[in-house]
Design a protein around this ligand. Structure first.
Ligand SMILES: *Cc1c(COP(=O)(O)O)cnc(C)c1O
Length: 379
């Protein structure tokens, strides 16, 4: 039988431990495992870079939550991305990336991978014709985020999967903003799902990590080979914290969405707000596509301050409950100025973001308190 999302979040990969019955998977804080005889590692575990039972529990759980066959976890989202690129790409290959990609993802392509012979083109991924125009006969990967960071653009996953297939390219979806509770890209034809588990999956702003999930077993084996060969793994304590967080993912996401919907509606009526970017608003250009592929619209909202850059910076400095910080997806609400913070590395590039933009990661606090905080900060 197949279980529902919340059941999988709590049980997938998390059988009570065989020897003691411990209900929660133990933290196997060990670098190596005793072998029964030469060449006979117990249950396949020999060295903790290659395999660790705590990490395996998390990997199995994430694979189940994304509806994939294989999950692999890493020290960070960027480590997962790097492992993915160096597994599927060769020098001379080309990649299409979103023109408002996460700043660190952009930096990985522009400042690191390019030196190793990988070329890239930034395209507006909400416009499939722009993506098609960016594809060349060398394109190996079409890389999308949906919703995008920080402009909350929406990509049509099924449409892009078709385009990728026609061109013998792989469709990679960074599903960090939606989380598998709201969106399962593999079901819409994506080849690889990427996560920064630092965000909603961990959910408590206390651990950094990344993940890859795939359906194809051959691709899964290749990625697993590189996970071990390149060594960018997460440690057992980080895997355990992430697994502890993911159990409540569905419950948290529903509250993130409830709060974000109220705040987006409030901001839309505010005279000091020029534009609200939230895919749940019927006025958002990606609303219909988002409604097709997402259960709800998530906890991330960006807005443009009517008073320009100065006003945007002022709001960020004035909130009391919304903590001024980078990152997102935790239980506490955060506010930031992408142009000067998360996306500063994209300044002067095709990925530069508007200077009057403010990004909110709406937490799961009491909604009235969050609204009151924004009301005083907008003054
Ligand atoms: C944070 C983030 C990443 C990078 O993940 P790290 O865990 O910080 O390395 C990648 N993509 C998106 C959308 C992110 O928000």
């Amino acid at each position: 039988m197949t279980y529902g999302f919340d059941t999988l979040a709590i049980h997938a990969g998390q059988e009570p431990e065989a020897r003691t019955g411990a209900v929660v998977p133990p933290i196997f804080q060990t670098s190596t495992f005793a072998q029964d005889a030469v060449g006979e590692p117990r249950l396949g575990y020999e060295y903790a870079r290659s395999g660790n039972p705590t990490r395996d529990a998390l990997q199995e759980c994430l694979a189940a939550l994304e509806g994939g066959r294989r999950g692999l976890t890493f020290a960070s989202g960027l480590s997962a991305e790097d492992t993915l690129l160096r597994t599927v790409c060769r020098p001379g290959d080309h990649v299409v990336i979103p023109d408002d990609a996460y700043g660190g993802t952009y930096r990985l392509f522009a400042k690191v991978a390019e030196r190793w012979g990988l070329s890239w083109t930034a395209a507006r991924i909400s416009d499939i014709d722009q993506v098609r125009a960016a594809v060349t006969d060398k394109t190996k990967v079409i890389w999308v985020e949906t919703p995008t960071n920080p402009l909350l653009g929406i990509a049509d996953i099924a449409g892009l999967a078709g385009l990728a297939r026609e061109n013998d390219a792989l469709l990679v979806v960074d599903n960090t903003f939606a989380s598998p509770y709201l969106q399962q890209p593999l079901a819409h034809g994506a080849d690889i799902v990427v996560h920064s588990t630092t965000k909603y999956i961990g959910g408590h702003s206390d651990v950094v990590g990344g993940a890859l999930v795939v359906s194809d077993p051959g691709l899964g084996d290749e990625l697993a080979y590189h996970q071990n060969a390149m060594g960018g793994i997460n440690g057992p304590f980080d895997a355990w914290l992430t697994l502890r967080g993911v159990k409540t993912l569905g419950v948290r996401m529903d509250r993130h969405c409830d709060n974000a919907e109220r705040i987006a509606a409030y901001l839309q009526r505010h005279p000091k707000v020029a534009q609200v970017l939230y895919p749940g608003l019927p006025t958002h250009p990606g609303h219909e596509t988002a409604a097709k592929q997402m259960r709800r619209f998530g906890g991330m909202i960006s807005f443009r301050a009517a008073g320009g850059e100065g006003a945007a910076v002022d709001v960020c400095n004035r909130t009391k409950l919304f903590v001024l910080a980078e990152s997102l997806g935790g239980v506490e609400s955060l506010i930031e100025h992408p142009g000067k913070m998360t996306h500063a590395s994209a300044a002067g590039s095709p990925l530069e973001v508007p200077s009057d933009l403010v990004r909110l990661s709406v937490g799961i606090e009491t909604a009235d308190d969050l609204l009151a905080d924004l009301e005083q900060a907008l003054g």
